[in-house]
Design a protein around this ligand. Structure first.
Ligand SMILES: O=C1O[C@H](COP(=O)(O)O)[C@@H](O)[C@H](O)[C@H]1O
Length: 240
């Protein structure tokens, strides 16, 4: 299990471009090492900008996009195509601009009346059937309350140790119904990247990095745990 490393950028724009460049390099390295790069995407505002920056980067052509397998760490349980779905954001910003193999894109199910429990079970089954044991990179946003994926402070899903994915009800952040990977599943990642911008997240970042009582303190990469921050998000970290 790796210790947190802090990587600072002056502002949100610098952060977005630094993470985009790092993601491109990570995917190339993973393909060189293992053939298929396994990436877990997050939702949220910064992530969408990172995906857009990747799509616009000339370096994107160095990736064999048909050999990238896309997973999601969580999903807002909404009908297919809803603009608030993490899947929709990633498709609009990146996946529809590069030559992905549709069979390697694994969104969590949209709300079609089956319920989030069934969606979570289906996702766990899809992950199991894929045979993927470790992810090369897991991207995570962090909420001002310290949530990651859709694992919120005080919620019972934090304690889940057996299931790979769970339904989340009454989320404090809209929409109220979600599906999330659990901590044991998130922990199957070689590299965990927390990508965080803005001073509204600064307290959560400081608490998580110091190992305090927020969900973001838990996920650690098998090889590396990176906190990719702008100066505002890092403003409450104690200098050491
Ligand atoms: O709802 C969600 O929000 C978080 C963070 O989003 P942000 O806009 O504050 O950056 C995100 O990590 C999560 O995947 C998403 O479902």
């Amino acid at each position: 299990m790796s210790s947190p490393e802090i990587l600072l950028n002056r502002d949100a724009e610098g952060l977005v471009h630094a993470v985009a460049a790092r993601l491109i390099t990570r995917l190339i390295d993973a393909q060189v090492a293992g053939g298929i790069a396994q990436v877990v995407l997050t939702g949220g505002r910064v992530a969408a900008k990172v995906y857009g920056a990747v799509a616009e980067s000339p370096a994107r052509h160095a990736i064999d996009w048909r050999r990238v397998e896309f997973w999601w760490g969580d999903e807002r349980f909404l009908p297919a195509g809803d603009p608030e779905r993490n899947e929709t954001q990633a498709r609009d910003a990146l996946l529809s601009h590069v030559d992905v193999d549709p069979a390697r894109v694994h969104p969590m199910a949209a709300d079609s009346g089956q319920g989030p429990e069934a969606a979570a079970e289906a996702y766990a089954a899809e992950l199991a059937a894929s045979g993927v044991r470790t992810f090369d990179v897991l991207m995570l946003g962090v909420g001002p309350d310290g949530h990651v994926a859709s694992l919120f402070p005080g919620y019972p899903e934090l304690a889940e140790q057996d299931r790979w994915a769970v339904a989340v009800h009454d989320s404090p952040k809209p929409p109220p119904t979600r599906v999330s990977l659990t901590f044991p599943t998130l922990g199957r990642s070689r590299e965990v990247w927390f990508v965080v911008s803005g001073d509204d997240k600064a307290d959560a970042v400081a608490t998580a990095v110091s190992g305090g009582d927020v969900p973001a303190a838990t996920p650690r990469g098998l090889d590396r745990t990176l906190w990719l921050l702008d100066d505002a998000a890092a403003s409450r970290l104690k200098s050491s």
